[in-house]
Design a protein around this ligand. Structure first.
Ligand code: FEO
Length: 167
């Protein structure tokens, strides 16, 4: 059994994770539309991981006998100025998600909710990894300064990313 305040906060986080999925699916479609299939693949994997994150919270609420409430998902942008711009927006978004997770941890501490606190540790580690991945790609994109050959090489690398279910 968890506190109603925590139940509400986790339901909001499910929505944040589903918006993340929607944002990356939109980015995947945009990369595909400009012929960058490797970038599109990377974002498609990201989309799947985000739906897993939403489901982790969903399953957790159910395991606690709490109520799952699904809210409307905001419309994501449909295009970006460049691959670098898309990844800068991705990092900005992940920093926002990290802040949301930290706020959930603060609430768990305030409520002395040890089970939720424990469950959130996975997300804390995941956010470090997500921000690091985005920063690495941003650094590469800055290094090549928009060169077509460089973009092609990064596209080939990002095509290798494989989805591994996280739930
Ligand atoms: Fe579920 Fe990328 O944070």
């Amino acid at each position: 059994m968890i506190d109603k305040r925590m139940e509400e906060a986790i339901n909001k986080q499910i929505n944040e994770e589903l918006y993340s999925a929607y944002l990356y699916l939109s980015m995947s479609a945009w990369f595909d539309s400009i012929g960058l299939k490797g970038f599109a693949n990377w974002m498609m994997v990201q989309y799947k991981e985000e739906t897993d994150h939403a489901m982790k919270f969903y399953n957790y609420l159910q395991s606690q006998g709490a109520e799952v409430k699904l809210f409307a998902i905001k419309e994501p942008p449909h295009s970006w100025d460049s691959p670098l711009h898309a990844f800068e927006e991705t990092l900005k978004h992940e920093q926002h998600i990290t802040k949301c997770i930290n706020e959930l941890v603060d609430l768990a501490e305030e409520l002395k909710d040890r089970a939720t606190y424990n469950m959130l540790q996975w997300f804390i580690n995941e956010q470090v990894e997500e921000e690091e991945n985005d920063r690495e790609i941003i650094d590469k994109l800055k290094l090549i300064e928009g060169s077509r050959h460089g973009i092609y090489m990064i596209d080939r690398e990002l095509a290798q990313r494989k989805y591994t279910p996280e739930i």
